[in-house]
Structure formats: structure tokens, C-alpha cells
Ligand binder design. Structure first.
Ligand SMILES: Nc1ncnc2c1ncn2[C@@H]1O[C@H](COP(=O)(O)OP(=O)(O)O)[C@@H](O)[C@H]1O
Ligand SMILES: [Mg+2]
Length: 298
């Protein structure tokens, strides 16, 4: 299947400042309306209704907004429309210049490589919470109405904000994570990491060294930043084997604070996931309780 982001990019290139103003108005309207009435879009954008209708029809054809055919005519953003708003802000802020190909699809995200205006390579992560399949769409709409439109937008933005915030915290403490570069709406931009997921590596030059360094990261995040990853596993560790073996820990939006009521349980689970993997794959045996003591001690 053709990557939907290609449609987003080609739509994005065709937008002028008025189109963007209208997308912005719809986004703001969605905080108060399940479906934003056209008159409201006109008043929020400060534009004349006749002009607004012309732009709405263009945005609708580009797949950036969804039209409600109900008691009144109104619109909501599609994920593609929301993507365009975030991309526009990131381009204007001088953070990204061009979006490239897909790096990975996670449970709740799409990740692409990109270039900065200075030519460095970036990873751009679009958070996609509340994603539902095409087949389900019609049924869902009938079922829960358009509330979903607010919740995917809100949840995805919240996830990106949380992830960007924690990346800054732990990166500053020296934990091995991608360097946080920028954020807007549901999108987080970081340095691009070359390498492959730990789960796909059958051999490593120095598995003990990697394990110990990961455990030290867990400790630094916990003790110095007050943070627990919360979804740590061999899927969220990217390893690069060049002259030396290096790695980063990715995928932080579900982090919890060390004073969270479930923090002990989550810290233990993160540690157990990592230890189990290294035992199964590399035969390294460490005791969960002893590692937990190490992580929590001064
Ligand atoms: N900074 C990065 N550099 C390179 N690839 C990345 C980066 N961040 C994520 N990826 C790729 O995207 C995939 C999904 O990212 P991840 O943060 O784990 O999101 P999810 O919550 O959807 O699992 C990863 O498994 C990886 O292949
Ligand atoms: Mg992941």
C-alpha cells in the first residue's frame, strides 16, 4: 500500500497561507465543537464566509478535513490535516526542511527520516493514538459519534508532549536516548539513530557491556531524573555496531515519575524485560531483586 504520508506531503505543498489559517481555525474550533460549523470556522479565521467555503472545498478534496453531513454543515480535521499543521509549524520554526522515507511503524506511531535546513538527518515521530482501521471507521462513527476526533487529536498531542519533555530530562542527564530537537502538536523530532532493534540481533560483540550500560541508564533516569521508562524492552532499544557498539533507548511517551504509585511495579517490569531478554538470547543471568537494589541505591 502507498504510504499515506505521501498524500500528506503532496497536499501540504499545495497549501497557501489562507488554507493554513482555516485548518488552524478548525483545530481551535474542535476544542469546543464536535463538528465545527462553517460559520464558526469563518469567525475563527477572521475570513469572509464565501472565501472560507472555497478553501474548505479545496481542503476537503485534499483529504485534510472531514465533512459532516448531519443537522448542520461542519468540519473536523483528519489526521492528514493535523499532520499538515504540525509540519507547517516545524518548517516555519526552521526545524525540518524535507521529510523522507519511513523508518518504522510502531503500535502508536509512524516514524520518518527527515533533513534539517542545515542538512543533518532527523527522525520525525508522528504519534497516532486512537488509530482505527478503515473498515471500522463507519461503524465507529455511528457508534461513538465524532468524539473520537477530539480524543485522537488530544491523546496524540499529549503523548508527543510527554515524550519530548522526558527526552529533554533524561538526555540532559546523559541517558542514551535520541537527542530531542523539536516538537509540535503530535510530532516529536529527534536525531536520527542508525542501527537495528535489539530484538533482531542474534549476536553482539559485547552483550555484557550493553546490558550493564542499559542498567546504568535505568539507574540514572530513575535516580537523577526521577523517571521510569515504563515500556522498556528489546523492541525499544536500537543498537548500532560500527567500530564500537552503541545504542539508544527510544519510545518514552508512557514514562512515569518515580513518585508515581505504580513506579515500583513499572521499574521492576522494565528491569525484568531487559534481564529476561539477555538471559534468553545471550545466557547472561542476573537477579531481578539485586538489580532493583542497585538501581535504587545511591
Ligand atoms: N530516533 C530514531 N531514529 C531512527 N529510527 C527510529 C527513531 N525513533 C523511532 N524509530 C523507528 O520507529 C519505530 C517506532 O518508534 P517507537 O518510538 O518505538 O514508537 P512506538 O511507540 O510506536 O513503538 C522504532 O522501532 C524504530 O524502528
Ligand atoms: Mg516502540
Amino acid at each position: 500500500m502507498r504510504d499515506p504520508i505521501l498524500r500528506v506531503i503532496s497536499a501540504f505543498k499545495r497549501l497557501n497561507s489562507r488554507d493554513l489559517r482555516i485548518l488552524n481555525a478548525i483545530e481551535r474550533g474542535m476544542a469546543f465543537h464536535e463538528i465545527v460549523p462553517v460559520e464558526r470556522i469563518a469567525s475563527l479565521s477572521g475570513m469572509n464566509l464565501g472565501v472560507v467555503l472555497v478553501h474548505l472545498s479545496k481542503l476537503h478534496k485534499l483529504g485534510l478535513i472531514w465533512r459532516n453531513i448531519g443537522p448542520y454543515v461542519g468540519y473536523v480535521l483528519t489526521t492528514a490535516g493535523y499532520d499538515c499543521l504540525a509540519l507547517n509549524a516545524l518548517v516555519k520554526a526552521g526545524i525540518i526542511e524535507a521529510l523522507g522515507h519511513k523508518l518504522g511503524v510502531g503500535k502508536e506511531s509512524d516514524v520518518y527520516d527527515a533533513l534539517s535546513p542545515a542538512g543533518s538527518r532527523l527522525a520525525v515521530k508522528f504519534h497516532r493514538l486512537g488509530r482505527i482501521s478503515f473498515r471500522q471507521t463507519r461503524r465507529y462513527r455511528a457508534f461513538i459519534g465524532e468524539r473520537r476526533h477530539i480524543s485522537w487529536l488530544y491523546q496524540s498531542r499529549l503523548a508527543a508532549e510527554r515524550e519530548y519533555e522526558v527526552l529533554n530530562l533524561v538526555f540532559a542527564k546523559g541517558v542514551h536516548v535520541p537527542r530531542p530537537i523539536g516538537h509540535n502538536r503530535h510530532v516529536v523530532v529527534t536525531s536520527l539513530i542508525e542501527g537495528i532493534q535489539l530484538v533482531r540481533l542474534k549476536e553482539l560483540p559485547d552483550p555484557e557491556g550493553l546490558l550493564l550500560s542499559i542498567l546504568e541508564d535505568i539507574k540514572i533516569a530513575y535516580r537523577e531524573a526521577g523517571v521510569i521508562h515504563g515500556d522498556l524492552s528489546e523492541y525499544n532499544i536500537i543498537v548500532h555496531i560500527g567500530d564500537e557498539q552503541s545504542y539508544v533507548i527510544i519510545d518514552w511517551p508512557q514514562w512515569v515519575s518515580s513518585i508515581h504509585p505504580s513506579s515500583d511495579m513499572l521499574l521492576r517490569r522494565d528491569i525484568r524485560n531487559v534481564l529476561n531478554f539477555f538471559r534468553r538470547r545471550f545466557g547472561i543471568k542476573l537477579d531481578v531483586d539485586r538489580v532493583l537494589d542497585y538501581v535504587k541505591s545511591k
